[in-house]
Design a binder for this molecule. Structure first.
Ligand SMILES: [Zn+2]
Length: 471
């Protein structure tokens, strides 16, 4: 049997953490079984669906490299097919038209609640057939009155629902567009979906959907309902201190593999393994290792994994990940230094790609930002004006721009002025980079080469001169 899975989001918002996780599980299961993974956009709720959400979902999946084999299919392109089956069901008595007004349904509901009866539709219209052709109607599924719906959830085990707990739910709205529970079943059927992996908020839909499958005499797919994800306050994921939107992690410079690694483990585990490559994920993924209880989204853990990836990824991989951010910052990296050498300076000390690409500014741009505050800070260092002029002259005389030669000059200055390393390197660091916290300044001076180094030192000498600063 060919394994076929799908990710079927409703485009009523961005791709959130939970959605990305079910997409990941469905994708991994199909990939680990050489199956097919389908992307289906469930947009039959036309008032809430929008193209912006579709684009956001697709952007998120592409960034995470969760690639689909077929689709995206849009349910609104398939209305003809749904209506054909609904007509079939009307004809064979598996569905019927309901002309009840909202008012009547409200009265019914209130009466049932008042009398401690579970609110459900009372089949009032079941025998009307087509008598009220001109009145608006919805179409209801004729749910079996007796017996049980039993399915073996791949994560939760046997789930049994009494049919008398389900009512004749609506499968087609007044506007002729089918509801989620119906269109979803028809597509799962037509696409030969074998395994449906989705959030546990769908557990209540599953018996209804199974009953539709049964009424059509079709094979029922296997279901797996994954646990919910909560914030560390035990409540639903909120936007209080981190985002639930996958694309925000892209904009903040996370590594997609790191995010996937983290999301994978929200609800699934393998021994005590923390870090998984994508091929390891495909290799180890199975239904046995799912966690039934809810999981907690921990941003600190995600940050730890992200940093781990950044520190341990190959330079080549970091390069391909950081290029979009470099483009965003409009940095011209076509000239020297080689980006690989720059990455080597920073990959062990950055938390994310945005931070790293910001550091690239003082490597690739000619000018750096030196504000008044910085100048005041530099002025605190003793003999700084003299030191800068001497450093400038010494650097200017260097014939071979080697790390060793740069290092020697810094040592000479240190000894000449009887200073400690900090008092030479710190002002130099700020003049060269505009920042107090950088990798070894000798390395930076070496990598940005002579011209840029002299340019920046000279710039500061001029600024200090204009400040009428003399020792
Ligand atoms: Zn009715």
């Amino acid at each position: 049997m060919k394994i076929i899975t799908r990710f079927a989001p409703s485009p009523t918002g961005y791709l959130h953490i939970g959605g990305a996780r079910t997409a990941l599980y469905s994708w991994l299961f199909s990939r680990s079984n050489k199956g097919i993974f389908i992307l289906r956009i469930e947009d039959t709720d036309i008032n809430r669906s929008n193209i912006k959400s579709v684009n956001s979902i697709i952007e998120g999946l592409k960034w995470l490299k969760i690639n689909w084999d077929k689709g995206p299919f849009f349910q609104t392109n398939n209305l003809y097919r749904y209506n054909k089956i609904i007509n079939l069901m009307l004809n064979n008595g598996n569905a019927y038209k309901c002309y009840c007004s909202k008012n009547r349904l409200n009265l019914l509901r209130n009466y049932q609640i008042k009398n401690n009866i579970k609110p459900r539709y009372d089949k009032f219209c079941i025998n009307f057939k087509n008598k009220n052709e001109n009145k608006k109607y919805v179409i209801r599924f004729l749910n079996p009155e007796n017996g049980y719906v039993i399915f073996n959830d791949k994560i939760r085990g046997l789930i049994k629902t009494n049919n008398n707990e389900l009512d004749d739910f609506i499968i087609c709205r007044e506007n002729g567009i089918p509801t989620y529970n119906f269109s979803s079943v028809i597509d799962d059927l037509d696409m030969n979906i074998t395994h449906i992996i989705r959030g546990s908020e769908h557990i209540n839909n599953t018996p209804k959907q199974i009953n539709i499958f049964k009424s059509l005499g079709c094979k029922i797919p296997k279901y797996a309902h994954v646990s919910i994800i909560l914030g560390d306050d035990g409540k639903k994921l909120s936007k209080r201190y981190f985002s639930n939107n996958i694309n925000d992690y892209k904009y903040k410079g996370y590594i997609p593999e790191a995010l996937i690694n983290y999301i994978l483990k929200l609800g699934w585990s393998y021994k005590n393994k923390e870090i998984f490559t994508i091929s390891e994920m495909k290799k180890y993924f199975n239904f046995k290792n799912f966690v039934k209880s809810s999981s907690i989204f921990d941003i600190k853990k995600l940050n730890w994994i992200n940093q781990y990836y950044l520190n341990n990824m190959s330079i080549k991989k970091i390069k391909s990940n950081i290029l979009p951010y470099i483009k965003e910052n409009k940095l011209n990296i076509s000239k020297k230094p080689k980006i690989e050498n720059v990455i080597k300076l920073f990959n062990k000390r950055c938390k994310n790609l945005v931070e790293m690409s910001k550091f690239f500014k003082y490597i690739y741009n000619i000018d750096i930002i030196i504000n008044y505050k910085v100048i005041k800070y530099i002025l605190k260092f003793k003999n700084i004006f003299k030191i800068l002029i001497i450093i400038y002259n010494k650097f200017n005389k260097i014939k071979f721009w080697t790390y060793k030669n740069i290092n020697n000059i810094i040592f000479e200055i240190k000894n000449e002025f009887n200073l400690n390393m900090y008092n030479v390197c710190m002002p130099l660091r700020i003049i060269i980079t505009g920042k107090k916290n950088t990798p070894n300044i000798n390395n930076i001076i070496y990598i940005i080469k002579k011209k840029k180094t002299l340019y920046r030192i000279n710039n500061l000498i001029n600024i200090l001169f204009n400040f009428k600063y003399f020792d």
